[in-house]
Design a protein around this ligand. Structure first.
Ligand code: HEM
Length: 280
């Protein structure tokens, strides 16, 4: 195979990268139109995603399909996201952070890959970590300005990589490690497809967050929506996240409320008429 994996992947994801950049949530973000509400939702989703990704990485760190890409000190985000969760959601963040349906889909795929197809972990790590070291650095500055955050980095620890001196050099190293992975043409093709799939999981996440934000601007605060308050992320819990209240309630219960009100009103009217008739 003549082309390096890193080049092949970059080429294959040009279109989907542009799709991610141009999703409404990201477009608004780049224009500085990011609210605390939206940022908190995004960070909570990323917390669940990285908790799952890094747990699967730990399980596979000695597997040669991933080992050359194991850079916990430089890259891993879970500890930083825990700091951000405490900053945004308070000391009891584990009990209150939202867990949305699209987050659940992403987490479920990460679990499947980690357990059943670890040779595809490279795809997910590439999409997130190299993205964080690229566009993520722009987003950090925008968020700090738009949300009036302290320059010390509180609330945006996720975007800060204290152990990466030069993002450009680190990305070069990372790409060369990707290129050193030994894989058959068949696996290589699956890796490329999985990178595209991982971009789509991110896009679906942004679309869902945007929908929740739009709905709740008309409606109510998303952090007050029933079902959004639910901690997730443990290995045991997230095997079927979409079947949990955390995954489904925000959209379902909200749409059922008017129906319940209608049924109650109608029952009340019928009862009133019946009493009236009886009295006559
Ligand atoms: C506001 C949105 C975004 C902006 C402005 C942005 C910007 C950029 C830029 C300028 C680069 C090139 C850096 C370089 O060549 O060294 C890059 C690379 C990259 N971005 Fe984004 N990006 C955005 C969103 C995303 C998202 C949502 C993802 C995936 C979740 C992502 C994943 C990546 C990856 C994996 C690379 C590395 C490409 C490579 O060198 O192989 N980006 N991004």
């Amino acid at each position: 195979m003549s082309q390096d994996l890193s080049e092949a992947v970059k080429e294959a994801t040009r279109e989907v990268h542009s799709q991610a950049e141009n999703s409404e949530f990201m477009k608004n973000f780049q224009k500085g139109q990011v609210t605390r509400e939206g940022f908190k939702l995004l960070m909570a989703s990323l917390y669940h995603v990285y908790a799952a990704l890094e747990e699967e990485i730990e399980h596979n760190k000695q597997n040669l399909v991933y080992a050359p890409l194991y850079f916990p000190e430089e890259l891993h985000r879970r500890a930083a996201l825990e700091q951000d969760m405490a900053f945004w959601y308070g000391p009891r963040w584990q009990e209150v952070i939202p867990y949305t349906q699209a987050t659940g889909h992403y987490v479920r795929r990460l679990r499947e890959v980690g357990r059943l197809e670890p040779e595809l972990l490279v795809a997910h790590a590439y999409t997130r970590y190299l993205g964080d070291l690229s566009g993520g650095q722009v987003l950090k500055k925008i968020a700090q300005k738009a949300l009036d955050l302290p320059g010390s980095g509180e609330g945006v620890a996720f975007f800060t990589f204290p152990n990466v001196v030069s993002a450009t050099k680190f990305k070069q190293l990372y790409r060369s490690r990707m290129n050193s992975l030994e894989m058959t043409p068949e696996v290589r093709q699956r890796v490329i497809e999985e990178v595209k799939a991982s971009f789509l999981l991110n896009i679906q996440l942004f679309e869902e967050l945007q929908e929740l934000l739009t709905r709740n601007t008309k409606d109510q605060s998303p952090t007050k929506a029933p079902g959004l308050h639910r901690q997730e992320g443990s290995r045991a819990q997230d095997s079927t996240p979409t079947e949990t209240p955390g995954g489904k309630l925000p959209l379902n219960i909200l749409s059922q409320v008017p129906l319940v009100q209608w049924v109650l009103t109608l029952s009340f009217l019928v009862a009133t008429v019946a009493v009236g008739l009886y009295a006559m």
